[in-house]
Write a protein that binds this ligand. Structure first.
Ligand SMILES: [Mg+2]
Length: 238
């Protein structure tokens, strides 16, 4: 029976793409650039994703990712930015302020309280994630919050999960499920840590990797069904 859920945050419980768009538009405007459109934003997203994947493979440090993605973006687009580090700081601040719930996630997590232990497991920047979790109300639904910055290790490394198990106890096989949108960090991390791996894949992307996925869901609300199927039923269902 599944009694513990590890939730990813960005693009799982929260709509990160929306926050990202808000943050980029606002920060570019602050440095006097007003020509950003959806295509440019998509190019930034791709650059950003490539940088985070390099981090997941251990090829880049977090600071290199944060500043490097904007250096690369500005170079590609020919945008003059006087201080890329300051730009990144402003952007991170904006991300913490502008957050958007995904699929009524707050209602879902509130409803699951008392039925499963719920923890946030995220690779985001510490202050940004703390702000978002607090302001969205999601943090208060959780039994704990684990942020890679604080741990000193990232998903998908085993070190990240060992730290968590040292705090919450090592889960028995078949009792702990990680839910997230990323194959490279959430699902690979779940593989490494021996967890049930639930891939949140709302757009029906294909898995061309060797990462094991136990369940694939289009909506985070399908988690309720997976819990019930594992034998974890709501009181009303008994
Ligand atoms: Mg994510």
């Amino acid at each position: 029976m599944i009694d513990t859920i590890l939730w990813d945050v960005d693009d799982t419980l929260l709509d990160f793409q929306k926050s990202e768009a808000c943050g980029i538009y606002a920060c570019l405007a602050e440095i006097g650039f007003h020509g950003c459109d959806d295509a440019m934003l998509a190019r930034y997203s791709a650059i950003n994703r490539r940088h985070w994947e390099a981090l997941e493979r251990g090829e880049m440090s977090k600071p290199e990712v944060l500043v490097g993605r904007f250096r690369c973006f500005f170079e590609t687009e020919g945008i003059a930015c006087p201080d890329v580090e300051a730009f990144n700081c402003a952007y991170e601040r904006k991300l913490g302020e502008n957050f958007f719930e995904n699929e009524r996630s707050l209602e879902l997590c509130r409803g699951l309280r008392g039925r499963v232990r719920q923890y946030v497991v995220t690779n985001g920047a510490e202050q940004v994630q703390r702000n978002k979790l607090k302001a969205s109300g999601l943090g208060a639904c959780m039994d704990g919050v684990f942020i890679s910055d604080e741990i000193g290790a990232e998903k998908p490394t085993i070190g990240f999960f060992e730290h968590i198990f040292a705090k919450i106890g090592r889960p028995e096989s078949g009792t702990c499920m990680i839910v997230g949108d990323s194959l490279t960090s959430d699902m690979r991390g779940g593989n490494n840590a021996g967890l049930i791996c639930c891939w949140y894949n709302p757009r029906g992307k294909e898995n061309h990797s060797d990462v094991r996925v136990d369940y694939e869901i289009r909506s985070i609300w399908e988690v309720e069904r997976l819990l019930a199927e594992s034998g974890n039923r709501q009181k009303a269902e008994l």
